[in-house]
Design a protein around this ligand. Structure first.
Ligand SMILES: CC(C)(COP(=O)(O)OP(=O)(O)OC[C@H]1O[C@@H](n2cnc3c(N)ncnc32)[C@H](O)[C@@H]1OP(=O)(O)O)[C@@H](O)C(=O)NCCC(=O)NCCS
Length: 166
């Protein structure tokens, strides 16, 4: 497991770094909800990215916790835990990592830390939803012994963070 990967609760300074990582190294659709207009990192889409995180994680009453993912201190992506409506004790996990840092073990280290964070926040399970073609997420789930089951077009897993599945 990589030891140079760390999670940091998002703040305004880290949000600036996160925007840089997203613009330099990710497609908008991988890291934020769709925004109408021409493709790419337009000024409108950059503003929407900042507003998205401000409203969800940095508001007085945040709806989710977002962590900046750092590799050797440099922000390369984001991970989040969002309480699931109607499922007390369950948080949905979300992760994106900049393209140039994928496939080299960062995601595995992030998942490990994110499950620790979920446990520390009092969640008992973490819900993951992905698409069948997302081989990296499928490998990550297999690696922690979590079963992905079909749910419509998605594959979903519920990871018991109280059980030592790792
Ligand atoms: C999904 C994501 C977070 C995984 O992070 P990562 O750093 O690339 O993953 P890792 O390098 O730790 O690899 C995890 C496992 O997936 C496998 N893997 C990684 N990329 C893969 C690929 N393109 N095809 C097949 N397997 C892959 C690795 O071999 C590893 O398997 P192992 O544990 O059996 O050795 C990252 O690829 C990403 O940000 N993707 C875009 C956004 C996204 O899809 N987010 C998840 C939405 S549910």
């Amino acid at each position: 497991m990589r030891s140079d990967v760390t999670l940091h609760p998002l703040d305004r300074t880290l949000l600036t770094d996160l925007l840089r990582a997203a613009v330099e190294d990710a497609d908008p659709l991988e890291v934020m909800p769709p925004v109408e207009g021409p493709g790419g990192w337009t000024p409108e889409r950059r503003s929407a990215f900042v507003r998205f995180h401000e409203s969800r994680s940095l508001a007085a009453d945040p709806v989710e916790t977002t962590f900046a993912i750092a590799v050797s201190g440099r922000v390369v992506g984001a991970a989040r835990l969002c309480p699931v409506d109607g499922r007390a004790g369950t948080a949905e996990a979300g992760v994106w990592i900049g393209r140039s840092h994928r496939g080299v073990g960062v995601g595995g280290a992030v998942l490990d830390s994110l499950l620790d964070r979920a446990r520390a926040q009092g969640f008992t399970s973490v819900y993951v939803s992905t698409t069948p073609d997302n081989l990296a997420v499928r490998a990550l789930m297999t690696g922690i012994g979590a079963d992905l089951v079909p749910d419509g077009d998605a594959l979903t897993a519920c990871v018991d963070v109280e059980a030592d599945v790792r």
